[in-house]
Write a protein that binds this ligand. Structure first.
Ligand SMILES: CC(C)(COP(=O)(O)OP(=O)(O)OC[C@H]1O[C@@H](n2cnc3c(N)ncnc32)[C@H](O)[C@@H]1OP(=O)(O)O)[C@@H](O)C(=O)NCCC(=O)NCCS
Length: 138
């Protein structure tokens, strides 16, 4: 199932769900963008681990536009979708939706990102993704 900004993906299980707390706020009282970026990174890694059980690192995160603020108390869902698996890289789309804690529980699209993770060995060198002809079989 693809994730988009058009409709809340009701039937999809998010990679991560998190309730935002006062400690996550910026100077104007909404949620600090960096908190959301960190969760996007974690969600992408979680998705990448479906394809590769070893270590993965983030090599790239594309431009991110925040379309709506996230507020204290919101339950934020990070939906993921694998876009491409290369030799050592895994490109993941992460779509972020906030369920308003104060505001009737409506779902609001927040942002999305394309994140590229790279499978690395114990020397942190790129290594083939499992199932893609590497030494993890497949
Ligand atoms: C990830 C890392 C090991 C890749 O090393 P590298 O020398 O660029 O390796 P390669 O050129 O062989 O590229 C490896 C893969 O990454 C992809 N890649 C490299 N740079 C990329 C970029 N900017 N955007 C998207 N993909 C990229 C390559 O296309 C290749 O994919 P493929 O194997 O599926 O074809 C290295 O850049 C690194 O250690 N970066 C820091 C990672 C990190 O610490 N992240 C957390 C930051 S706190």
């Amino acid at each position: 199932m693809t994730v988009s900004q058009e409709q809340f993906p009701e039937n999809k299980i998010p990679a991560i769900k998190r309730v935002m707390m006062p400690r996550d706020t910026n100077a104007v009282g909404t949620i600090f963008g960096g908190v959301i970026l960190a969760e996007i990174d974690l969600a992408a890694a979680t998705e990448a681990h479906h394809h590769h059980q070893g270590m993965v690192v983030t090599v790239s995160m594309d431009k991110i536009d925040f379309k709506a603020p996230v507020r204290v108390g919101d339950l934020v869902s990070f939906f993921t979708e694998t876009l491409h698996i290369g030799r050592s890289s895994i490109k993941v789309k992460v779509a972020v939706w906030a369920c308003r804690r104060f505001g009737g529980g409506t779902h609001e699209y927040v942002t999305e990102a394309e994140v590229t993770m790279v499978a690395v060995d114990d020397q942190f060198r790129p290594t083939p993704v499992a199932g893609k002809g590497g030494d993890h079989g497949g």
